[in-house]
Structures are given as structure tokens and as C-alpha cells.
Design a protein around this ligand. Sequence first.
Ligand code: G3P
Length: 214
Amino acid sequence: MEIFIDSADVKEIQEAWDMGVIDGVTTNPSLAAKTGRNYDETIKEIAKIVDGPISAETVSLDFAGMMKEAYHFAKMHKNIVVKIPMTEVGLRAVKQCASEGIKTNVTLTFSANQALLIAKAGGTYVSPFVGRFDDISEEGMQLIEHIRQIYDNYDFKTKILVASIRNPIHVRDAALIGADVATIPLSVIKQLTKHPLTDIGIQKFLEDWKKVPQ
Ligand code: G3P
């Protein structure tokens, strides 16, 4: 499974990249707002740090506007993936992008049927939001299982990018189900590195090392 960092903060992205475990980046308007920076500048800076897919999100809801933003992002850097909301117009834009070789990530996906349509339209990635689904008492990971099953049934090439990840259990389950990508906030990536027995073990080895003649 590929790991993307879900962030628009270049410091965080640099830190995760230096850790050696990330393959790409996803951003969205809310993450961009947290940085207080110009979005285009941020995306260009991220592209200098990370050599992998970088999702940049469109905010237009009409076809012409979406395509204008898609072309704008696509020409910014070869690694840009255009993030498009899951709407009827969005699907049309996905199809158009696919026909022109522009990669897409269809966001705000909450049902298996939406994911089916995204694959039909030629989306590069589908982004089901597991955390937000859990928040309304639905089962985020069951949605991932269903999408995996449907894509495998018909050999769809659209990649399942698990988004809205809130904890390490989401990451483990995404990997067990066979999701293609998990996009994870830095705080959760750091949680993945931790285990109390690792810390206790390091402490014990360091103490015992002092008893070894130098
Ligand atoms: O990038 C989209 C997604 O990961 C958002 O996560 O935590 O705002 O639901 P969250």
C-alpha cells in the first residue's frame, strides 16, 4: 500500500518525506486554509519536495470552471493529480481529464455506487472518507471493503485512496483490505512508528550496554 501525507503544510510534508515512508501528498481547501499561504505557491513548493503524486483540489462546481482549474494544475507539474468532487459534473470532468491524460482523484466519496461510477468515468483515484463516515455512525472500513470487491470483480484500474484517516487502526485495516493508498495526517504517521514495547526495549538495551566493558 502506498502512503500519502494528507497535508498542505510544507514543513510537515518535508518531515514525512525525510522519514522515508511517503509516496505522495493530498491537499484540500481546508488544509490549505490552515497554512494561510497562496495555494499555487504551496503546491509548487510541495512538488519540489516530493517525487510522487500530489493532489491539488478544484473548487469550481461547473464543468468549464473545473476544466480550467484542471488545466491550470496539470501544467504546473507532471506529478499533479487534479482533485475533483464527486458530482455529476465532476464525473464529466473526470472523463474529459482521462481522455487528455490528466490524472484525477475524486474526493468526498461515501458510497460504493459513487465509486463504481468514478471507475466507469476513468478516475485515477477514488477517495472514500472513512473518518467522516464513521462520524455519522456508518462503517468507513466496510465501504473500503465494498469498493475493493467491486473493483476486483470487474478489474477496474481506479486506485482506492483511503482518506479522512483518523487513527492507526484505519491504516492497518486499509492495508488488510488491500486499499491501494492511504492518505494520512503527519500525527497519525508518527503514531504508526510507536509501540510501548519498542521504547521499553530500547531503554533496557541502553541500560545493559552500560554493563558491557568498553
Ligand atoms: O483529504 C481529504 C480528507 O483526508 C479529509 O480528512 O479528517 O478532514 O475528514 P478529514
